[in-house]
Design a protein around this ligand. Structure first.
Ligand SMILES: [Zn+2]
Length: 183
């Protein structure tokens, strides 16, 4: 945990430490990283360790620090900030993520039935959600961001839209994700 202390404001640390346990129990009622969906402590540690070993790709620690500070300082309800954090870490049970964790799932996107459901596909590039993004005035500038990770997309977006628009973006992502999982 000393590593966390170095990079986060003290007020943010309880959030971060609380994450692996709260997250899936409350929202989705299953833990996507074990085959039977049960949260087990070992799995939580493993996921946590992988996240530490593979931090979001920023070469510069100051950039990372600034980025997370920005995320946690958004004027959004806590669960949406947490959602933004999970999006950046690709830590949501999109079907391809489940498959990479060893679960046997049909990875095809159920909305368009044309592509595999990566997190980026589910939230950004699926035709069925793109029509929402296209309504936004800044989308033209963002339409060339491509198919990288959601973290890459958000990092680029943050450069071209203002804070208010960025907050709205997280809200829309949240709504898209909630809607996708309500079926
Ligand atoms: Zn799709």
């Amino acid at each position: 945990m000393a590593e966390i202390d170095k990079h986060f404001h003290k007020d943010d640390i309880p959030w971060i430490q609380g994450i692996p346990i709260d997250l899936y129990m409350e929202d989705t009622l299953f833990w996507p990283f074990t085959p039977n969906g049960q949260y087990i402590v070992k799995s939580g540690y493993r996921v946590g360790r992988e996240m530490n070993l593979n931090p979001t790709r920023c070469s510069n620690m100051t950039d990372i620090q600034k980025w997370w500070k920005m995320i946690w300082s958004l004027h959004l309800p806590p669960r949406m900030k947490l959602f933004g954090w999970r999006v950046c870490h690709n830590w949501l049970p999109a079907k391809m993520n489940l498959k990479h964790r060893g679960m046997e799932v049909n990875t095809r996107c159920e909305l368009c039935t044309r592509y595999d459901e990566t997190l980026t596909h589910a939230l950004w590039s699926c035709d069925k959600v793109k029509c929402i993004w296209k309504l936004l005035p800044w989308y033209k500038q963002a339409s060339k961001l491509g198919e990288g990770s959601m973290f890459d997309i958000l990092k680029s977006l943050e450069q071209i839209i203002n804070k208010q628009d960025f907050e709205d973006t997280i809200k829309i992502l949240w709504a898209i994700w909630e809607n996708r999982n309500r079926k």
